[in-house]
Design a protein around this ligand. Structure first.
Ligand SMILES: Cc1ncc(COP(=O)(O)O)c(C=O)c1O
Length: 366
């Protein structure tokens, strides 16, 4: 049998989640954020499925935007970090890309290139201190862009640092700073919200939302799964049992012999490892499912294989049994907890080794 590791992606789930984001913020247009290969789900396949419906796509860099155009995607594409080099502005004009601007170098390159760009999002640093100009700087960027007559529409954007923590007042402070900048500018459309803000915060009416992780049915909030938030998880990562043995109490397993059987039980080896994106530091006990029965990781993750056991030590394995690594009734957020990370990272660090299968059979619930 060919190596059985498969990522099965439900494209309708992604479309449904996009519609859900828009339903939550009905006055807003929405970018479908497909950067980093659509968070590991396949940017081209996802964008093709959403192209008729998405108001626009958002990516991190021009290479990702060009890949979408080369695949025939016609919707507008926005560069969330803007350009890194001057020549990119010509490509933006040629391919109808929109971009963020956060500094005067990006502005001066735009002016020098004499290109016409449909929409520019001036990025305000409202407190995250990663990208963006301060209030005075952002107001100045807006003024110069408007005066240039090279830009159809200038908007103001910001990004939240703590929107996933509902008890943190940082989001309120960022919103207040953002609104002050807007008042200083006068009339300007806004773009502030990532998935967490779309789902749980009161954000400005109108303008553009930027859902990323929620499109893929994954929760941005600790302790909550996508399903619990009403999202439709889009990826099932599955593989098969390729070897089976019996362990006696006290026998040890795998690199570093880090797992020790606390009782007699069977052990199965499964074709998936950190070379595929299953995080090496995932701890024994991480949830899995075999033939609809709960199972768990037992031992250190190798490059191509893991070892697992059933939760119920009396159950036995067979070669060829299907193993769900995450997705379905094994939320990726719960696996991420055992790897001291977040669902975002597990799906985004998937490699090209798994077989990717796309389907659109699931019904879209409104
Ligand atoms: C500027 C910007 N907007 C929106 C998003 C989407 O965020 P999320 O995936 O949390 O919805 C990101 C992701 O990092 C981002 O950098």
């Amino acid at each position: 049998m060919a190596r059985p590791l498969t990522a099965t992606i439900d494209l309708n789930a992604i479309l449904q989640n996009y519609r859900y984001a828009k339903k939550l913020q009905p006055t807003c247009k929405a970018f479908a954020v497909v950067k980093s290969n659509a968070y590991g789900h396949g940017a081209i396949e996802v964008a093709r499925h959403l192209d008729n419906e998405a108001d626009a796509f958002a990516v991190a860099a021009i290479e990702e935007a060009m890949a979408l155009r080369e695949a025939g995607i016609v919707s507008p594409v926005m560069l969330l970090e803007g350009v890194f080099e001057e020549y990119e502005w010509k490509l933006c004009e040629q391919h109808g890309f929109w971009a963020a601007i956060e500094n005067t170098q990006q502005l001066n390159w735009l002016l020098a290139s004499q290109v016409n760009i449909e929409k520019i999002f001036v990025k305000l640093d409202s407190g995250m201190r990663r990208l963006g100009a301060d209030k005075a700087g952002a107001c100045d960027l807006v003024k110069k862009l408007r005066e240039s007559n090279q830009v159809g529409d200038v908007l103001l954007m910001t990004h939240f640092s703590c929107a996933d923590d509902l008890s943190d007042i940082a989001t309120m402070e960022q919103l207040t700073y953002f609104e002050r900048a807007r008042q200083e500018i006068g009339t300007i459309e806004a773009s502030v919200a990532n998935s967490a803000a779309i789902m749980k915060w009161a954000i400005p009416e109108g303008g553009w939302i930027r859902p990323g992780i929620m499109l893929y049915g994954i929760s941005p909030f600790a302790g909550l799964t996508g399903q619990q938030l009403g999202l439709a998880p889009a990826m099932i990562l599955s593989s098969k049992v390729i070897s089976v043995r019996s362990l006696k109490k006290g026998e040890k397993v795998g690199y570093g012999l880090s797992y020790e059987a606390a009782e007699d039980h069977q052990l199965a080896t499964v074709a998936v490892g950190y070379g595929d994106g299953y995080a090496r530091h995932t701890q024994s006990g991480a949830p899995l499912e075999v033939n609809a029965s709960p199972a768990m990781l037992a031992g250190r993750v190798s490059m191509d294989m893991i070892t697992i056991r059933f939760a119920d030590a009396s159950q036995s394995f067979e070669i060829g049994q299907e193993v769900v690594l995450w997705g379905g009734s094994v939320p990726v957020e719960n696996v991420a907890d055992y790897a001291s990370t977040i669902g975002y990272e597990l799906v985004t660090r998937m490699t090209t080794r798994p077989r990717y299968q796309y389907h659109t059979v699931s019904e879209i619930k409104s």
